[in-house]
Design a protein around this ligand. Structure first.
Ligand SMILES: Nc1ncnc2c1ncn2[C@@H]1O[C@H](COP(=O)(O)OP(=O)(O)OP(=O)(O)O)[C@@H](O)[C@H]1O
Ligand SMILES: [Mg+2]
Length: 339
């Protein structure tokens, strides 16, 4: 389990103070995959550096299974750091070492004997699907394979937390999905032991593997929660980004008012539309729609056209009565999409 409490990092750029992290708190329990998403400059890399104490936070606490890294010094800090396996966008492997020796490297640093190292490295390479590649050199591997080696290396010290910083940003879509599947399988293998934190700017990563997500903006977490709760409301930033319909209408018909509706789980959207049409006595047209399966729950986001002459406010009311979130589309804030 990783617990971050009121983490702050202030940089000084000349006379200017930059609050790269401005009071970040989050908890990732063992067995869970948490995504942190944010635009360039939001503070993502600063968060990674402060979580691992590569950069000292200005204030706040980072606890791994109850041990506060910000309070630990030298030896204690080195031991505590081993509780975190770190995977970056590029695996940064030693080119002159075999794959097996790369994976064994963290064990070498802490004085584990040769045979034990080899055994562990082979086991981990098998786990990441590279059982045959131990004697190869990094230059002989594809980007996806190198990333697998990086993951095996991060697992060498049996960490309690796996921290991924943009793990798939340099990979093509298919390889991305293979790496994401691997991350899920690692969590599933040790659900009681492993908490996973993934820093990314890709919504796809959040959709595919995260149980919960935080949106980082200007060093602050502005939205956070389980995937199924952050997408419940139409005006949420994460909701708009995860459901994929732009918050504003590109084409606004002159003979109709646009209404957006978001229904989840048991509230099937389509009978809802038929029911509302009947109640209001107007034929509602569906102009756009997306159906997403997120963390096991179905979400339907539809954009409806309510013909002029029909009461759009009543349409909104009826849909809300049925348990959906609904609103006139023009009221939706226009903001820069996240993805
Ligand atoms: N060493 C530093 N000295 C001064 N300012 C810094 C330093 N590192 C980061 N910053 C500032 O802190 C803010 C957050 O930067 P950070 O690199 O964490 O963003 P990011 O979310 O990782 O962005 P990107 O997606 O572009 O990698 C930025 O305003 C950046 O200029
Ligand atoms: Mg960064």
């Amino acid at each position: 389990m990783i617990t971050v409490t009121d983490l702050r990092k202030v940089y000084h750029q000349g006379k200017r103070e930059v609050r790269a992290l401005d009071g970040v708190s989050l908890t990732v329990p063992a067995g869970s995959i948490h995504g942190v998403i944010g635009h360039s400059g939001a503070g993502k890399s600063t968060l990674v550096r402060c979580l691992t104490m590569l950069d000292r936070p200005t204030s706040g606490a980072v606890e791994i299974n109850g041990v506060d890294l910000t309070a630990a010094r030298s030896d204690a800090l080195r031991t505590a750091r081993r509780r975190i396996g770190l995977v970056f966008q590029q695996a940064n492997l030693f080119d002159s070492r075999t794959i097996e020796a790369n994976v064994a490297y963290p064990l070498e640093l802490i004085g584990v004997g040769r045979e034990k190292r080899r055994e562990k490295a082979r086991e981990l390479l098998g786990l990441v699907g590279l059982g045959d590649a131990g004697n190869a050199y990094p230059a002989q591997l594809s980007g996806g394979m190198r990333q697998r080696v990086g993951i095996a290396r991060a697992l060498a010290t049996d960490p309690d937390v796996l921290l991924f910083d943009e793990p798939t940003s340099a990979l093509d879509p298919r390889t991305t999905d293979e790496i994401l599947d691997l991350i899920v399988s690692l969590r599933d293998r040790n659900p009681d032991d492993l908490a996973v934190l993934v820093i990314t700017h890709e919504m796809h990563v959040v959709k595919k593997i995260c149980d919960s997500v935080s949106l980082l903006e200007g060093g602050r977490i502005v939205e956070s929660g389980p995937l199924t709760s952050v997408v419940k409301h139409l005006d949420g930033r994460l909701s708009q980004a995860l459901l994929g319909i732009p918050p504003h209408a590109h084409v606004a018909p002159s003979d109709a008012t646009l209404v957006d509706v978001l229904a989840s789980g048991d509230h099937a959207a389509l009978p809802m539309i038929a029911h509302t049409s009947r109640e209001v006595g107007a034929e509602l047209a569906i102009l756009a729609g997306s159906v997403e399966q997120l963390a096991g729950t179905t979400f339907s986001h539809l954009r409806l056209a309510v013909p002029n002459g029909a009461d759009a406010d009543r349409v909104v009311e009826e849909l809300k009565k049925l348990g959906a979130d609904a609103r006139r589309t023009a009221e939706i804030r226009e903001e820069e999409p996240l993805a």
